[in-house]
Design a protein around this ligand. Structure first.
Ligand code: C2E
Ligand code: MG
Ligand code: MG
Ligand code: MG
Length: 285
């Protein structure tokens, strides 16, 4: 009897496992084909200078335009793309697309914007990452000083020696480097100063605490002061309210990004919305 029961359990178990495995396999297959069928799109979210509130750059954010599922957000497919290694070709495509779009904006004769592109842990571990990046820059003709690469704080901390080498190599190419989602990992101050990155992006969870009440802003202001003490440029992400803007101005944050200034959008919309803003700057030159 016990043997029979055990057998049944096993069947139920494999059945459940199969359903999950099949679902995953289906997702993996469509993800694999998505590149071929050009189903990925890059949206751009504006970044503004805190003092002038002028658009100075944008962050490239990938989406999957699935024929049946609609616009799939990155958090729904990046983990599987990382597990399967598909993030490597997807990431290269995103970088190529972002550099092409940015170069096209520069060619319009507007004030040159910077573009920030996210790198996943899997890409960051690749030995030939610098080669890939310089190939894309050569192919698209984008001046490296307008490219910013973002890695999250936890990725930077995974292998500190490797991170130091990568930052050194990419900086030698003239590319900027940012630590994303700052404050959510466990970097020590000394490690952070060793990294010699250009920017810290304060995680949205800290920015969302700013609501005009002093008690709630102790952590955000401490993170800002910390970045400043390391002589880094600070970007606040997830800025949604006027109160947060006021606070960030008072606390000398360098750049702001969030729904308050604009949601991620297709390049055509970005061009339309910000060409007027950028034209103003041109006439000032
Ligand atoms: P992230 O790099 O920290 O990007 C910021 C995320 O916060 C974006 O979500 C953006 O839409 C969202 N956000 C910005 N401002 C606000 C705001 O004011 N309020 C709220 N509620 N959200 C805001 P998204 O586009 O869904 O991307 C999520 C994450 O997926 C990104 O976080 C990044 O880690 C990853 N990701 C996106 N594109 C790529 C990519 O091309 N490659 C890799 N490896 N990861 C990517
Ligand atoms: Mg980012
Ligand atoms: Mg971020
Ligand atoms: Mg984030």
């Amino acid at each position: 009897r016990a043997k029979e029961k055990g057998k049944n359990n096993f069947q139920i178990y494999t059945h459940a496992l199969n359903a999950k495995a099949l679902e995953r396999l289906a997702l993996e297959n469509s993800l694999r084909r998505a590149l071929e069928y050009k189903e990925f799109v890059v949206h751009y979210q504006p970044k503004v200078d805190t003092e002038s509130e002028q658009v100075i750059g944008m962050e490239a954010l990938v989406r999957w335009q699935h024929p049946k599922w609609g616009l799939v957000p990155p958090q729904k497919f990046i983990p599987l793309a990382e597990e399967t290694g598909l993030i490597v070709p997807i990431g290269e495509w995103v970088l190529h697309t972002a550099c092409t779009h940015t170069k096209a904006l520069h060619n319009m004769g507007l004030k040159p914007l910077t573009v920030a592109v996210n790198l996943s842990a899997v890409q960051f571990e690749l030995q030939n990452l610098t080669k890939m990046v310089s190939k894309v820059l050569a192919e698209t003709g984008l001046d490296p000083q307008y490219l910013e690469l973002e890695i999250t704080e936890s990725v930077a901390m995974q292998n500190v020696e490797h991170t130091l080498n990568m930052i050194r190599d990419l900086k030698a190419m003239g590319i900027k480097f940012a630590i994303d989602d700052f404050g959510t990992g466990y970097s020590s101050l000394s490690q952070l100063s060793n990294f010699s990155v250009h920017k810290l992006k304060i995680d949205r969870s800290f920015v969302s605490k700013i609501n005009g009440e002093k008690d709630n802003s102790i952590i955000p202001s401490t993170v800002l002061a910390l970045g400043k003490s390391l002589d880094l440029s600070i970007v606040a992400e997830g800025v949604e309210s006027q109160e947060q803007v006021d606070f960030l101005k008072e606390n000398n944050c360098d750049e702001m990004q969030g729904f308050f200034f604009g949601k991620p959008m297709p390049i055509e919309n970005f061009k339309q919305l910000y060409s007027t803003d950028l034209n103003i700057d041109i006439s000032k030159k």
